[in-house]
Ligand binder design. Structure first.
Ligand SMILES: NC(=O)c1ccc[n+]([C@@H]2O[C@H](COP(=O)([O-])OP(=O)(O)OC[C@H]3O[C@@H](n4cnc5c(N)ncnc54)[C@H](OP(=O)(O)O)[C@@H]3O)[C@@H](O)[C@H]2O)c1
Length: 245
């Protein structure tokens, strides 16, 4: 039996569990492959989980363990090194644990298909958490200059109330905050939407709802829009590829 799973805390509904369970069914491999949720309140219990689950082949990692799990691993792939966070773990020969970041891959691949090749865009990243780190690493690799927008003022971030003077200098806006996620889908990041134009590209990492208020308001101003669903599927498929490589 091959077991795959998700660690995080708390774990409610899991996209990954549904995705991989359906995938195993479709592939006709459900008899020998299963995907489980492992709720882990304290990352110190991670080595026990690995010991107690000898059939584990791979894990997805979610909040709050994406960085905390790193000291427990035997190595990091370049994607995890770049981002400074791990969302996929491969359990290889002899129980060797290697960390990867498939959010980086999912965002980068979907962004490249969304924006014009060779365009001289500048980007704003809304939010300063784990997902924002993957977005920042991808933008860096694509040579797209960016600024992070945070509710907390710091030397290298902008605050939301500074955007009225700044927004026209940036053409790509990536919502990497959870603002607008179901069931609180009647709110949106606090940016000056009236300054958006058809020259703007709005990318929302949020995928539920499919069309957030952020995207709706951008579309109303003629901006091009992209939701988080493609990234979600790409990062899951990348995890499967990693576990089976
Ligand atoms: N599509 C995909 O495949 C994919 C993959 C990964 C994540 N995501 C989504 O990306 C979003 C962010 O994920 P994450 O893990 O980085 O989450 P997170 O750590 O909980 O939040 C990210 C950042 O958003 C900002 N933020 C949080 N609550 C806010 C609020 N009420 N108002 C304004 N800003 C707020 C905070 O930055 P400041 O405190 O600096 O303002 C926070 O550090 C989530 O919705 C997640 O589901 C999607």
């Amino acid at each position: 039996m091959n077991i795959y799973g998700l660690i995080g805390y708390p774990l409610g509904h899991s996209f990954s569990k549904q995705y991989f369970t359906e995938k195993f069914d479709k592939m006709g491999i459900a008899e020998n492959n299963a995907y489980e949720k492992f709720e882990l309140a304290d990352i110190q219990d991670f080595p026990d989980l690995i010991r107690n689950q000898p059939d584990l082949r791979g894990l997805n990692v979610t909040i709050p363990h994406k960085q905390a799990v790193m000291p427990y691993l035997d190595g990091l792939d370049a994607s995890a090194e770049k981002v400074g966070a791990v969302n996929v773990i491969k359990i290889g020969e002899g129980g060797k644990l290697i960390g990867y970041n498939s959010d980086y891959y999912g965002f980068k691949t979907s962004l490249e298909a969304f924006i014009p090749a060779g365009g001289a865009l500048k980007a704003l990243i809304l939010g300063n958490g784990g997902a924002a780190k993957a977005v920042a690493a991808a933008l860096k690799d694509l040579a797209i200059p960016f600024k992070v927008v945070s509710r907390t003022k710091s030397a290298d971030t902008l605050t939301y109330d500074e955007l009225a003077a700044e927004l026209t200098n940036y053409q790509l806006i990536v919502n990497s905050s959870p603002v607008g996620t179901y069931p609180k889908s009647d709110v949106c990041p606090d940016i000056p939407y009236e300054l958006l134009t058809p020259e703007h590209y709005l990318y929302d990492l949020v995928y539920n709802p499919v069309q957030t208020l952020f995207l709706e308001k951008g579309q109303a101003k003629g901006a091009k829009i992209h939701n988080g669903l493609k990234m979600l599927h790409l990062q899951a498929e990348k995890a499967w590829e990693i576990w089976n490589s």
